[in-house]
Design a protein around this ligand. Structure first.
Ligand code: SF4
Ligand code: SF4
Length: 199
C-alpha cells in the first residue's frame, strides 16, 4: 500500500512542473489546424456574384443528407450567380452533418467550404439548421476560405509516394484499384495492347 502511495505521489510531483494541456475556454482558445473542418461558409466571387450555381452536387455527395437546396433560374438582368441557376434556398442541417468535407470536395465552383468556426451550440435544435443568409459571405467579402489550406503543398512527412506508383502495397503486389486508383493500365498501354487505330 505504501509503495502505491509513493508511486502516486511521484506521478503527481512529476506532472507538477509541466504546462497544463487544458485551456480555460472560452476566455482562452486553442489554435486550430489550418485544415480544421467546422461550420460551412458559402462564397462569392469578387464582383459579388454567388459562387453557388445550384447544381446539387454537394447535396448528392453528402452521406448524412444534411444539405437542402432549392435552385432557381437566374434572370439575365439581375443574375445572382454566373451560372444558369443559383441556390434560392441553401440549408445545412448541422445536427446531421459529420463534418466530412465531401460537400466541399464535390463543389465545382469552390462555393462551399468548411471553416474554422465551431462555436455553434444551442439549446434549440432549429438554431442548428443554418440557412443561406447565415452561411453566405457578406457582399464585399470574397474569400476562398479553407480551399487555400487544402490546395497548399502537404507537409513533407505526409508527401510520400502513393503505393500504387511503386506497384506494391505493404510489401505485396497489389492492383491499382486496391490503392484507390482504378485498375486500368495507363492509356498508352491500352493503345499498345490493342494496336494503334489506323491513321
Ligand atoms: S461536411 Fe459532410 S456531412 Fe456535412 S454537409 Fe458536408 S458532406 Fe454533408
Ligand atoms: S455549393 Fe457547389 S456543389 Fe453545392 S449546389 Fe452550390 S455549386 Fe453545386
Amino acid at each position: 500500500m505504501a509503495m502505491e502511495m509513493i508511486k502516486g505521489l511521484a506521478t503527481t510531483l512529476r506532472e507538477l512542473g509541466k504546462k497544463p494541456t487544458t485551456v480555460s475556454y472560452p476566455e482562452e482558445k486553442r489554435t486550430l489546424p489550418a485544415r480544421f473542418r467546422g461550420r460551412h461558409v458559402l462564397h462569392r466571387y469578387e464582383d459579388g456574384l454567388e459562387r453557388c450555381v445550384g447544381c446539387f452536387l454537394c447535396a448528392g455527395a453528402c452521406p448524412a443528407d444534411a444539405i437542402y437546396i432549392e435552385a432557381a433560374e437566374n434572370s439575365p438582368e439581375q443574375p445572382v450567380s454566373p451560372g444558369e441557376r443559383y441556390a434560392r434556398v441553401f440549408d445545412v442541417n448541422l445536427l446531421r452533418c459529420i463534418f466530412c468535407g465531401y460537400c466541399e470536395q464535390a463543389c465545382p465552383t469552390g462555393a462551399i467550404t468548411l471553416e474554422r468556426i465551431y462555436e455553434m451550440s444551442s439549446m434549440n435544435p432549429e438554431d442548428l439548421i443554418y440557412h443561406k443568409e447565415q452561411l453566405l459571405e457578406p457582399v464585399g467579402q470574397s474569400t476562398r476560405g479553407s480551399l487555400d489550406a487544402w490546395s497548399a503543398t502537404p507537409p513533407e512527412e505526409t508527401n510520400t509516394p502513393l503505393p500504387g506508383r511503386q506497384g506494391y502495397f505493404d510489401g505485396q503486389e497489389a492492383s491499382a484499384a486496391a490503392v484507390g486508383q482504378g485498375d486500368l493500365p495507363p492509356e498508352t498501354e491500352i493503345l499498345i495492347g490493342r494496336g494503334k487505330p489506323e491513321e
